[in-house]
Design a protein around this ligand. Structure first.
Ligand code: SAH
Length: 218
């Protein structure tokens, strides 16, 4: 698979549409303009890769819609070289966008089949994310604390372990809810378990964040 002139043209049109929809962070627009989304999809979906839609990937999961990837990336408000934890590697597309923005990305996926395909794909395309197979509810305590945390599946609540692994003044972007969710930007204002300022950014729809056990903050 390659990144042809045709794909580059479609991608540029998509970036123009995202800007028209209100994405204004130039680093996000540049990253989306650079990452070949079609290479994160099955070849037969190639022609739909630059439509603003979520599309199916392995294991009954979905690659997030480009406008959602852009919006979550913008809400993160990250500076280059920051350490970012992503929960839900999936296809690796959001991971690649974060890498392209110059962030140090640590990404967790619970589906082995996705992990086994996506980790080598990211490496092959030159994105230097550290990929882990595991349960995102527990984060990566040995690699934290993180400047930013992004959850790309619908979480039932703010997982306590993730809040602990966020630096003070750090930001977590997390869709919270059941069948549909609300996009929440959490700012950690202190070391206490309640020092989490929550800002709400409207309804959204993600595949669920699945848990084995319950460790809950809110
Ligand atoms: N950012 C990805 C989104 C994939 S969908 C992309 O654009 O391709 C969300 C992913 O979260 C799925 O791959 C799902 O398996 C994963 N997921 C769900 N619950 C999880 C958990 N507890 N820990 C880690 N990953 C989880």
């Amino acid at each position: 698979m390659e990144d042809t002139f045709k794909h580059k043209g479609w991608r540029q049109q998509m970036v123009t549409k995202l800007a028209a929809k209100g994405i204004s962070d130039q680093r996000v627009l540049d990253a989306i303009g650079a990452v070949p989304r079609h290479l994160f999809l099955e070849t037969m979906l190639d022609y739909m890769a630059y439509e603003d839609m979520a599309l199916p990937i392995r294991c009954g999961q979905t690659i997030s819609q480009p406008s959602t990837v852009a919006f979550q990336s913008e809400l993160l408000d990250a500076e280059p070289d920051m350490k970012v934890l992503e929960v839900g590697t999936g296809s690796g597309y959001q991971t690649a966008v974060l890498c392209q923005m110059g962030l140090k990305v640590f990404s967790i996926e619970r589906q082995k089949e996705l992990f086994d395909v996506t980790k080598p794909l990211l490496a092959k395309l030159g994105y230097r994310a550290k990929c882990f197979l595991g349960d995102g509810f527990h984060g990566l305590p040995e690699y934290g604390p993180f400047d930013r945390i992004i959850i790309t599946c619908g979480a039932p609540y703010i997982p306590a372990d993730l809040a602990r692994q966020l630096k003070v003044n750090g930001v977590m972007v997390i869709p919270i809810g059941g069948k549909s969710q609300e996009m929440v930007r959490v700012v950690k204002t202190g070391e206490g378990p309640d020092d989490l300022l929550q800002q709400r950014y409207g309804d959204c729809k993600f595949v669920p964040m699945l848990e084995k056990d319950v460790r809950c903050l809110t």
